[in-house]
Design a protein around this ligand. Structure first.
Ligand code: DQA
Length: 149
């Protein structure tokens, strides 16, 4: 079965307790559940991961791009690395698999330093500001792009 890699960056392990007025009360486990449900609708396996380390996120993107990985798309919420990481931009550019950038919050309605993304120009699409539902939207978008076997 084709796989979608859902990759979460720094501080997203604290979802549920972290700034609930911005990110809501749903936990990362709730996000994972929503992703599996979305995957099931499209007969896609979901590989769900979180890391607080930039290099680990880059390694996971490389792994997804390797021939035979079975990964047909990546959903990436890179957290604050979105606004700082040329290395993640380069990793996304380095693989042929489409990557969808997701943010729970509407980053454009927040502090100016969140308005710029190093990732957006390298990504196939962006889903911003829809909370947990944004992950399922990203999986729906990837499924719509993925050619049938
Ligand atoms: C975030 C937005 C980022 O600016 C922030 O650093 C995060 C979460 C979001 O999902 O809204 O960690 O990616």
């Amino acid at each position: 079965m084709a796989t979608v890699l859902v990759l979460n960056g720094p501080n997203l392990n604290l979802l549920g307790s972290r700034e609930p007025q911005v990110y809501g009360r749903a936990t990362l486990q709730d996000v994972e559940r929503a992703c599996h449900e979305a995957g099931k609708r499209h007969a896609l396996e979901v590989d769900f991961r979180q890391s607080n380390h930039e290099g680990a996120l880059i390694d996971a993107i490389h792994e997804a791009g390797r021939a035979g990985s079975g990964v047909t798309g990546v959903v990436l919420n890179a957290g604050a690395y979105t606004h700082t990481s040329v290395a993640l931009h380069d990793a996304i550019k380095a693989i042929a698999v489409p990557v969808v950038e997701v943010h729970l919050s509407n980053v454009h309605a927040r502090e100016p330093f969140r308005h710029h993304s190093y990732l957006s120009p390298a990504c196939a699409g962006i889903v911003v500001g829809f909370g947990v539902a944004g992950y399922a939207m990203a999986i729906d978008g990837l499924a719509a792009r993925t050619p049938p076997p």
